[in-house]
Design a protein around this ligand. Structure first.
Ligand code: DQA
Length: 149
């Protein structure tokens, strides 16, 4: 099963950016970890990051066309991009929204995500572990018997 792990603006700076909030794991390490977990779970994982909203929209359209599953960290777009939300609403496969930090324990403008209402589920505040948990969920959902063995 194909899973797109899509990351929004500034997430390419992980490991350098506000390490007290987002941790010390760098973006390259996150990509390697997602790919490895994907292999272990029998998923075909494609990890991407962009700072350009139009590029993210094109990737979401691609995932919608393929009826693929998506793990999305919309980053700052979570809080205001109706365009990203509308593209998410078109998805035909499951969508897991991931936030590394606990957005509810931070500034008030981060408390609401416009994406959450169209997501299958949301993981937030568990650090980069959230990505692994999201992939695990998608594998389990696709093949409940095999994954629980
Ligand atoms: C984030 C939380 C957002 O509020 C922020 O703009 C990000 C990252 C997270 O992963 O915790 O860039 O989505």
């Amino acid at each position: 099963m194909r899973v797109y792990v899509l990351n929004g603006p500034n997430l390419g700076r992980l490991g350098i950016r506000q390490v007290d909030v987002y941790g010390v794991t760098g973006y390259a390490q996150l990509v390697a970890d997602c790919e490895r977990h994907g292999r272990e779970l029998g998923l075909d994982v494609v990890v991407r990051q962009t700072d350009a909203e139009h590029e993210m929209l094109a990737w979401l359209h691609e995932a919608a066309d393929e009826a693929a599953a998506v793990v999305l960290n919309p980053a700052a777009w979570s809080h205001y991009s109706i365009a990203v939300r509308d593209a998410c609403a078109m998805l035909r496969g499951p969508l897991v929204e991931v936030h590394i930090s606990n957005i509810h324990a931070r500034e008030e403008f981060r408390h609401h995500s416009v994406v959450s209402a169209v997501a299958t589920g949301v993981i937030c505040g568990l650090g980069v572990d959230g990505y692994r948990l999201a992939l695990h969920h998608l594998a389990q959902r696709a093949s409940p018997i095999r994954q629980s063995e």
